[in-house]
Design a protein around this ligand. Structure first.
Ligand code: MLT
Length: 276
């Protein structure tokens, strides 16, 4: 489906009925990276899966896209779709956006799931490297980003060629402008390590045991800092844990959702006015 959000075309999926989940993909991916969650969760939940601005089939904005701006677009999409409060599930850059969403719209959040992500900002060196990559992308396209990231997305022990090709196909669908805007936005993102101590919604933190892009220690630190957060480490999984080990991931998420009916209650209390 397509809609217009804050002046830009946004592609999204909206499937199933039940408490709403908003799934936010990572960089440089698209909504297809959540395909196995749409399949596995839409029997019990309303699953909303957008392509972020400049990724997949969504239009890129004119310049640097902050995590706050991505969150604003997603909030506007949820208002358009009349979801009521949502459980926000964010993978990696999607996790940075989920934290920005939590900060800006806490009343619109019934739960938070942080997948292979972290709360800290880039070091000055890492931010500078992202800005240089953004310039390279502007001049030469996204090839260098895809080549650098693709081999690190799945666990080093994963030899499934079809899965590796599927990840490549997802990455190649990003637009150079979208990649450039997001790189600059990630370089400028704030340090949320203090703020996450104030999160007051049920939170699940998930990581792949073999993630080499954002090592599992980052998830352990977030789960320690967020009050009552629950941590799940999934074995034989790299950075793209929900795609690579979808059965284990969906089981962990379903189990956690069932143990936190407050998310469902938020949905039922808004049902008469927000659901058809
Ligand atoms: C992602 O997967 O979204 C990125 O690796 C995040 C990042 O580069 O910090």
């Amino acid at each position: 489906m397509m809609t217009l959000v804050n002046g830009l075309k946004v592609a999204y999926k909206d499937e199933g009925k039940g408490p709403p989940l908003l799934l936010i993909h990572g960089f440089p991916l698209n909504r297809e990276s959540w395909s196995k969650q749409v399949e596995g969760l839409s029997a019990s939940h309303r699953v909303i899966v957008p392509d972020l601005s400049g990724f997949g089939a969504s239009e890129a904005g004119p310049g640097l896209t902050t995590m706050k701006r991505f969150a604003e677009d997603l909030f506007t999409l949820c208002l358009q779709l009349q979801t009521g409060p949502v459980v926000v599930v964010g993978h990696s850059m999607g996790g940075y956006i989920a934290l920005a969403f939590e900060k800006a719209y806490p009343m619109f959040l019934s739960g938070l799931v942080l997948v292979s992500t972290k709360a800290g900002a880039d070091s000055p060196e890492a931010a500078q490297a992202r800005r240089e990559t953004a310039k390279k992308v502007q001049a030469e396209g996204i090839g260098s980003v895809v080549e650098a990231m693709a081999p690190k997305m799945l666990a080093a022990t994963n030899t499934d060629p079809h899965m590796a090709q599927a990840v490549l196909d997802i990455m190649w669908s990003a637009s150079p402008k979208g990649v450039e805007n997001a790189l600059l936005g990630m370089a400028a993102r704030p340090d949320e390590r203090e703020c996450i101590q104030d999160i007051r919604v049920p939170t699940l933190v998930v990581t792949g045991a073999d993630d080499i892009i954002i090592p599992p220690q980052e998830s352990v630190a977030m789960a320690d800092a967020i009050p009552d957060a629950h941590l799940v480490v999934i074995p034989h999984a790299g950075h793209l844990v929900a795609f690579e080990q979808s059965i284990a991931f969906n089981a962990a998420l379903t189990h956690w959702l069932a143990a936190h009916p407050s998310a469902a209650m938020a949905w039922s209390s808004t049902t008469p006015t927000t659901q058809p």
